[in-house]
Structure formats: structure tokens, C-alpha cells
Write a protein that binds this ligand. Structure first.
Ligand SMILES: CC(=O)N[C@H]1[C@@H](OP(=O)(O)OP(=O)(O)OC[C@H]2O[C@@H](n3ccc(=O)[nH]c3=O)[C@H](O)[C@@H]2O)O[C@H](CO)[C@@H](O)[C@@H]1O[C@H](C)C(=O)N[C@@H](C)C(=O)N[C@H](CCC(=O)N[C@@H](CCC[C@@H](N)C(=O)O)C(=O)O)C(=O)O
Ligand SMILES: Nc1ncnc2c1ncn2[C@@H]1O[C@H](COP(=O)(O)OP(=O)(O)OP(=O)(O)O)[C@@H](O)[C@H]1O
Ligand SMILES: C[C@@H](N)C(=O)N[C@H](C)C(=O)O
Length: 459
């Protein structure tokens, strides 16, 4: 993490005040939350929905262990005689600090974006590169205009590769992030429907994701889903200084699977790149595609294919991505509840529909948010596309998900598809349907917090 005297921090953050009295105070790391502060941190306060971080500045320095803090110019009464750096805007100052620190490091960067699979592919890429390098990666889902700068400021001086997740919900956000991260390789996992509300069309989503190329370093590598027409048509005339590599299911790609075998809680697969058989301890063919993208990035940075199995086999995904657990009745639960869009819902449902070894398969589905004006149609189509011969019951939570149930009833009947507006009621009813030979998929947008149903089943 960043470790510098306050005088340098003040310069990097474009301080508006004189900090010479505290010039030699050493800052070690940055935090935006006093509840997670670590000794020596620079605390960066923000005005939030519930409170203003400026309220905590004096205390976090005097009693909380912080070495110093930023202070936004338009907030009155900055504490006196404390190591405070006054700045125009604390968000901008945090970003400029991160940009400047990143530029001071001799480091390779992989930037990852896409509608689905960013976090998963980030975890996979970091695991593969760790076979050869000192690697750091985005923690959790810290992938936006605050999260990415905080990730950069966590980088150690001896880190060799950083794997950065770049998220967006509006045009221009990825461009901002990639120009800060300056990646040597970029991955675009897929083009789905996430954040259609802001972007308006899948074409606009593709354009927004392709902004990641704006920050690509000289002779960098662009890795993208080669089965996605929106990406193919936009990159077919690419004349930049980067190289292009595609991954996907079809044999037209640079890297594709030639065999896939579902095994206990994962997959074994071979690729067209050689004879190695790879083991991936996560479910879902979509995760094989994520792995292929990660493998292309690792190969570009010098990890040979024959050394990749160890990196894949030891993978532990960030939580709530195909996370497997057991319920109180012995049922297997797949907690895929971190987020959901039509593309990711289909991928998860297809996975469960094609699993063997269970005598009952139940879907617990929540609203898919931020889909824009066609949201109800997306939910209805999801329900009506469920295979009644492979899925036994559908329980939904949320107002939009009533359309899932409506569609599901048309294929499963009204005794196999149910809507709920209360997660506890859903959980209580669901418990009547589960046995030791049941598998339950739980999935919905982050805003639905369906992990609460998983926790209820585990009690
Ligand atoms: C600024 C901040 O910290 N926001 C977080 C905070 O929000 P809130 O407004 O509720 O803050 P408060 O009012 O409670 O507090 C104000 C500040 O004071 C600090 N503080 C408070 C109390 C205290 O005792 N001490 C304190 O120091 C406090 O820390 C505040 O700074 O809390 C929310 C709930 O926990 C957080 O969600 C909120 O975080 C915001 C959203 C954020 O951007 N955090 C980033 C670090 C981050 O990367 N978060 C990721 C999720 C990113 C994401 O959603 N990505 C999208 C794609 C990008 C979309 C883009 N358009 C965007 O806007 O994000 C995706 O789909 O992946 C994460 O948390 O996982
Ligand atoms: N390649 C993929 N294609 C379709 N769905 C996917 C793919 N990879 C992951 N998913 C699904 O998307 C969900 C979110 O995965 P992950 O968190 O890796 O994506 P993300 O892009 O980081 O999501 P977010 O934008 O919400 O941060 C997973 O739970 C899984 O169901
Ligand atoms: C918070 C925002 N970035 C997000 O992830 N929205 C989705 C649709 C959600 O709330 O699940």
C-alpha cells in the first residue's frame, strides 16, 4: 500500500493548504471508513446518504490511529493544528492520489470488464498469474470510481501484476477507470443486459465496455468473447496498436474448449491449445469461458498453459458466485445471489437444469434490477423459458419477479411456481419442499439480498 510522507501526499492530492508543520508525518494506506481504519492511514471523508465522513476526522486522527486526513474545501470548520490536507474535492483528490501512485509503480496491469463474470474472471486471472508473479487484485467488488482508486492505493511497491475489475453503469465510466489503471491486457467477458436502464441498448453497453481499450498500453492485448457479434463487429476494423485474442465456445475463437466433463462441484475441460486437462472447481459452462479469458491473459504475461492447472484447481471465487453449501434438511444450495441479469440467470438455470443426481430441483429467483423499460418482459420470458421437464419448482421474490412466476406457471402449472414479497415467508414455505436429494439455486440482483434465503435454509 502507499507509504509516503504527508508532504508528498499533499503534492499528489493538490493540497490547497500549507502542511509543512506535518510534512514528515508518514501515511501508510488509505481508508474511506473510520470503522475499518488501520494505523497510519490517510482518512478520506465523503458526504454520504446517511452521514458525512468529515464528522469523524478529528477523532480518527486523535484517537483512531489515522496519520492524517483530507478535508473538502466547502466543508466548514476544518480541525486546527492537525495533519489535514484541504482539497477542492475529496473524490477527485483520492483519484489523483491513486493515479499518481499507480504511475510511480513498475507494474503490469490486467483490466477486466463485461456485463457478467468480471469478479470471477478477475479471481481466475489473479490465481493463474500468481503461479509466476507477486499479484494483487480487486478485493470484493471494488470496481468503480472509488473502488478502483482504493485498489490501486493498496498495491505494494513490490507487486508485479495488478488485476483490476472495472465496472460501470453509464457511458464514460470505463474510460475513466482504464485511463487510471493503464492496463497491459484487457478482458471483455461478455455483453449482457446489466445496467440497460442507464445505457438503453446492448449496443450501447458494448460501446461502453469497449472504452476499456482507451487506456491500453502500447502493444497491449485485447481479449474478448468471440461469440458476441456486438464485439466482433466493433473490433473487426480495429487498427490500434494492440493485439486481439478471442475466447468462446465456437471453434472460430483463438481459445475454445474441445471437451467438457461435469464433475463433483466443478468441471474438467480440454482446450484447442494443447493436451492438458484442466480442473475448475466451480460449476457452470460460463465459468469455463471465464477461465479461457483468464488463461489468455496469463499466457500473454508469460504463464505457459502447462502451468495453468495449479492456478485453476486452487481457485476460490469471491463469495455468492456459485457458492455451494448444505441446508438444514441436507439439500444442496447454490448461492449465486451476488447479482443477476437475464444472461446470468439463464447461465445459472441451465447449469442446474443439466445437473444429475438430484430428485428435485428448485429455483429461488429475485428481481433483476436496472433493466430499463423492458424489465417486465425480461422477467416474464425468463419464467416462460424454464424447462418443466428439468426444473420442479420456482419460488420468486420481488415485484418484478411476479412476471417470472406468471411465465413459469404457463410451463410448470400453478402448483409449481409461487410468488412472494417476503423472504421469510418464502423461506418457511420452501423448507416444506426440500429433502436431502434436492438442489436449490438462489439468484437475484444485489439489491434483492437473496443470501438471506440461503441463511434461512441453513438454520
Ligand atoms: C463513499 C462511501 O463510502 N460510500 C459507501 C457508503 O455509502 P453511504 O452514502 O451510505 O455512506 P454513509 O452516509 O453511511 O457514510 C458517509 C461516509 O462516511 C464514512 N463513515 C461513516 C460512518 C462511520 O462511522 N465512519 C465513516 O468513516 C463512510 O465510509 C462514507 O464514506 O456505504 C454504503 C453501504 O456500505 C456503500 O455501498 C457505499 O459505497 C459506494 C457505493 C461505493 O462506490 N463504494 C466503492 C468503494 C465500491 O467500489 N463499492 C462496491 C460496489 C461498486 C459497484 O456498485 N459497482 C457497479 C458498477 C459501477 C457502477 C457505478 N456507476 C457506481 O456508481 O458505482 C457494479 O455493478 O459492479 C462494493 O461496495 O462492492
Ligand atoms: N461469463 C458469464 N456469462 C454469464 N453469466 C455469468 C458469467 N460469469 C458469471 N456469470 C454470472 O454472473 C454473476 C456475477 O458474477 P461476477 O460477480 O463474476 O460478475 P460481475 O461482472 O463482477 O458482476 P457485477 O457487475 O455485479 O459486479 C454470477 O453469479 C454468475 O451467475
Ligand atoms: C449497485 C449497482 N452497481 C448494481 O450492482 N446493481 C444491480 C442491478 C443490483 O442491484 O443487483
Amino acid at each position: 500500500m502507499i507509504q509516503k510522507p504527508l508532504s508528498e501526499i499533499a503534492q499528489m492530492a493538490s493540497a490547497l493548504n500549507d502542511v509543512s508543520k506535518f510534512a514528515d508525518v508518514i501515511v501508510k494506506g488509505v481508508s474511506i471508513d473510520t470503522r475499518k481504519i488501520e494505523a497510519g492511514n490517510l482518512f478520506v471523508p465523503f458526504k454520504g446518504e446517511r452521514t458525512d465522513g468529515h464528522n469523524f476526522v478529528a477523532d480518527v486522527i486523535q484517537n483512531g490511529g489515522a496519520s492524517a486526513a483530507l478535508w473538502q474545501k466547502d466543508v466548514p470548520n476544518p480541525p486546527e493544528d492537525l495533519p489535514i490536507i484541504i482539497v477542492e474535492d475529496t473524490t477527485t483528490a483520492l483519484q489523483e492520489l491513486a493515479r499518481s501512485y499507480r504511475n510511480s509503480l513498475d507494474i503490469k496491469v490486467v483490466g477486466i470488464t463485461g456485463s457478467n463474470g468480471k469478479t470471477t474472471t478477475k479471481d481466475m486471472t489473479a490465481n493463474l498469474l500468481a503461479q509466476k508473479y507477486k499479484v494483487q487484485k480487486t478485493e470484493g467488488n471494488f470496481n468503480n470510481h472509488l473502488g478502483l482508486p482504493l485498489t490501486l492505493l493498496r498495491l505494494r511497491e513490490d507487486t508485479e501484476v495488478a488485476v483490476l475489475e472495472m465496472g460501470m453503469s453509464s457511458k464514460g465510466e470505463i474510460e475513466f477507470l482504464t485511463k487510471m489503471g493503464r492496463p497491459d491486457a484487457v478482458i471483455i467477458t461478455n455483453i449482457g443486459e446489466s445496467h440497460l436502464l442507464d445505457l438503453g441498448s446492448r449496443e450501447a453497453i458494448a460501446d461502453a465496455k469497449l472504452e476499456i481499450i482507451e487506456g491500453l498500453q502500447e502493444n497491449g492485448l485485447i481479449i474478448f468473447h468471440g461469440d458476441e457479434p456486438l464485439l466482433l463487429e466493433r473490433l473487426k476494423d480495429y487498427t490500434g496498436n494492440g493485439q486481439l485474442k478471442t475466447f468462446g465456445a465456437s471453434k472460430d475463437n483463438d481459445l475454445y474448449p474441445v471437451s467438457i466433463e461435469s464433475v463433483e462441484n466443478g468441471n474438467k475441460f480440454k482446450t484447442n491449445a494443447g493436451d492438458e486437462t484442466f480442473y475448475l472447481p466451480v460449476l457452470g459452462n460460463h465459468n469455463i469461458l471465464n477461465a479461457l479469458a483468464a488463461m489468455l491473459a496469463a499466457e500473454f504475461l508469460g504463464v505457459p498453459f502447462e502451468k495453468m492447472n495449479a492456478g485453476l484447481a486452487s481457485l476460490k471465487l469471491t463469495n455468492m458466485r456459485m457458492e455451494i453449501s448444505e441446508g438444514a434438511h441436507g439439500e444442496k444450495i447454490i448461492n449465486d445471489a451476488y447479482n443477476a441479469s437475464p444472461t446470468s440467470m439463464k447461465a445459472a438455470i441451465d447449469l442446474v437444469a443439466n445437473l444429475s443426481g438430484y430428485n428435485r430441483k428448485i429455483l429461488v429467483l429475485g428481481d433483476m434490477l436496472e433493466l430499463g423499460p423492458l424489465e417486465e418482459e425480461y422477467h416474464y420470458k425468463l419464467g416462460s423459458s424454464i424447462d418443466a421437464g428439468k426444473i420442479d419448482y420456482v419460488f420468486t421474490f420481488g415485484k418484478l419477479s411476479e412476471a417470472i412466476t406468471k411465465g413459469a406457471i404457463e410451463v410448470l402449472g400453478d402448483d409449481r411456481a409461487f410468488s412472494f414479497q417476503d423472504k421469510q415467508q418464502l423461506s418457511n414455505e420452501l423448507k416444506k419442499y426440500v429433502t436431502g436429494e434436492t438442489i436449490v439455486l438462489v439468484k437475484g440482483s444485489r439489491g434483492m439480498a437473496l443470501e438471506e434465503v440461503v441463511h434461512a435454509l441453513q438454520k
